[in-house]
Design a protein around this ligand. Structure first.
Ligand code: ADP
Length: 397
């Protein structure tokens, strides 16, 4: 038996967003309290855990305060600079995933290069140091390209589509003039987007949840269907194996999400990596034996990993995304109506103020018929954000 400490371990998470909030929920069940480094006391996770360190993830002192006495230090986002992470490691802090792994979720160019080196399928891409590089690449793939900032994008920010060489030239010119490093890649003709979610522990144990379909609108994930409908056993297994291999090769500890494109001709290409609980895994809170949040804790604490099997044939998650106009009726009243109409809906709200386009919660629904679940999860999520029933339902008639 390994010797484990007498008091509960403390996991410190950098970032006080919804991922930290939901990780704290999982920590409670394990008899723990998640420590959170938050910018403000009203952030999602800072509202719910008593162990809050206020400060910035770019301030070494704040990071050190968060790390003090923690069994492991992990992340709600990937924005902590490498230099600071290396200082923490030098202090003896158990940073998980290690900075050398996390770099692949921070820098899209490093990630593309590494995946190519590992033989993992990625979209054709080019490193761009001049407008000519971008133009030459766009010409070579027929004009339809995507320009991405190498660092710092999320939810589609920092991703711009170009339909022609001229458009690509203009966009790249703009970025380079501002001194923002970008890469250019082919615009993939895709059937849909998938995500393979896995976890890996320092001991080297790996676990994979069923591969899911993620539905995006304007670069933001709106719906997740778990497992991905009509995905062959072979393709699903190949995606999971690829994700487990990437986790092992990069030395990831914790949850790893591998965002994938399924091309119109049936190939899988890796789009992005995230080394933390991920939106594509929120369904696991109600639809899997072990949630991604519990699994992330288990992994960074080097516990044996939990069973990742699904509890029902399908789970559909609908993101609650702030409406262009915040509804006049309160969220409390919206929840009340939702509970009345859809007792099967599992609501998870993040305690965030409503703003257009902001993810403020999600709804999970489990069952057997994914099309009906999708319709209901999207209807429930739309109701919570817009206070409108998409099918015109009126409780008073
Ligand atoms: P972010 O880092 O902001 O999440 P992503 O790289 O995941 O950005 O891109 C956001 C979305 O843009 C993807 O989910 C996908 O819908 C679309 N996209 C990204 N890259 C490509 C591509 N090469 N071809 C076609 N669509 C793409």
């Amino acid at each position: 038996m390994s010797r484990r400490p007498a008091s509960p371990p403390v996991v410190a998470m950098i970032g006080g967003g919804q991922l930290a909030r939901m990780t704290h929920q999982a920590a409670i069940a394990l008899g723990q309290t998640l420590r959170v480094l938050a910018l403000r006391s009203d952030e999602s996770a800072a509202q719910v855990t008593p162990d809050v360190v206020l400060g910035s993830h770019t301030d070494l002192d704040a990071l050190r305060r968060a790390a003090d006495g923690a069994t492991a230090l992990t992340f709600d986002h990937e924005h902590v600079p490498q230099e600071l992470l290396e200082k923490l490691v030098a202090d003896g802090v158990n940073v998980l995933p290690p900075p050398s792994a996390l770099l692949h979720a921070q820098d899209k160019l490093v990630m593309r290069r590494k995946l190519s080196e590992l033989g993992a399928p990625v979209p054709r891409y080019a490193d761009v140091s001049s407008v000519d590089d971008a133009v030459a690449f766009a010409e070579s793939v027929g004009g339809a390209v995507v320009i991405k900032t190498v660092r710092g994008g999320y939810d589609g920010r920092g991703v711009v589509m170009a339909s022609s060489v001229d458009e690509a030239r203009a966009i790249v010119e703009g970025y380079l003039a501002d001194g923002v490093p970008v890469l250019v890649e082919e615009r993939v003709e895709m059937r849909r987007e998938l995500a393979a979610l896995v976890a890996r522990s320092p001991f080297g144990q790996g676990a994979a949840w069923p591969v899911v379909e993620t539905v995006q609108e304007d670069g933001i994930c709106v719906t997740v269907i778990a497992p991905a409908p009509n995905l062959s056993y072979e393709t699903g297994s190949a995606a999971s194996e690829l994700a487990l291999r990437v986790a092992a090769e990069l030395g990831v500890v914790g949850v790893l999400a591998v965002e994938l494109f399924e091309t119109v001709d049936g190939r899988l290409l890796v789009n992005e990596l995230a080394m933390r609980p991920h939106n594509s895994g929120h369904w696991t809170m109600d639809g899997a034996r072990t949630s991604q949040f519990e699994q992330h804790l288990r992994a960074v604490l080097d516990y044996p990993l939990g069973d990742t099997s699904a509890l029902t044939p399908y789970t559909v998650m609908g993101n609650v995304i702030g409406a262009p106009q915040t509804p006049a009726i309160s969220m409390d009243e919206r929840i009340h109506h939702l509970c009345a109409r859809m007792p099967e809906a599992k609501v998870h709200l993040y305690g965030k103020e409503e703003r257009p386009g902001r993810k403020i919660g999600h709804v999970n629904i489990v069952g057997a018929d994914w099309e009906s679940l999708r319709e209901r999860a999207e209807r429930a999520a739309h109701w919570l954000s817009h206070a409108e029933w998409t099918d015109g339902w009126d409780p008073h008639t």
